[in-house]
Design a protein around this ligand. Sequence first.
Ligand code: CA
Ligand code: CA
Length: 295
Amino acid sequence: MLILSILTVTGVAMLTRMNVSLHRSGNVWLAQQAYWYSVGVENWVTQILRLDAENSEIDSLDEAWATPVDYLPIDGGAISGRLIDQQGLFNLNSLMQGDVAMQHFARLVELVTEADIVTANRIAQATRDWIDTDINVTLPDGAEDNFYLGQTPPYRAANRPMASPSELRLVAEMTPEFYAALAQYVTALPAATAINVNTAPLPVLASLHEQLDLGAVERLAEIRMETPWQSVQAFLQEDALAGLDINAANLTTTSSYFLAAGQVVVDRGRIRYRSLFQRAEGGRTRLIAHSREVF
Ligand SMILES: [Ca+2]
Ligand SMILES: [Ca+2]
């Protein structure tokens, strides 16, 4: 009788273990399926961007690539996501281009955070110091190692281009609140880039000149929904920009960098993906960075 009980208990324990292991391999299998779907998304995006380059001279929000996919049903789940033109955003690594880029960034900080213009300028100067290779503080308010080594815990400036815009969180004067407000408007690309006026969100457009505000650029956004600008020259001829003397060198109407961001759900297999693409002249598109997280 005792032996039988022990056997039963052992049997139950074994069954329980088997169940857990079956369950686990089920989840792994589902996560793998979600992973392969996200690889499929990347292949699909590569083709969409190549086709777009073959069929259009400019990049604007009325094009096929810019339409979000809210819900694409697949076996056991769904895919969702969108492509975000990274040249519509402020590329932090463009700060090395000089004072015009610095002014754009300071104004963007002022427009979307609670920071006053003095603090916004400090953030712009400190961000440039974070990226530039030297250890000379940008005057009057930059920050290099001397500042960061005095923090708790101490750390050093990167002194190289940002690999991710999240590095901005480490820069002098940046707060979690400022960063949360800025995050959707900034990026960190492998090279300096011009801002695409056809895809830039309103605060990025407004940051192009100190006399612009969100109200002024709303009208511009309406115009571009009807007729995207075919050239930077055409953009600068808009009435709202008359007499502002905006520097054309930092602007463009085409883009080379796009981020695909979204999620794949296959039953209990859930993956969030972020995939950065670079499109070359002629349309050849390659994946240059990606991350996936199970959620
Ligand atoms: Ca296009
Ligand atoms: Ca530096």
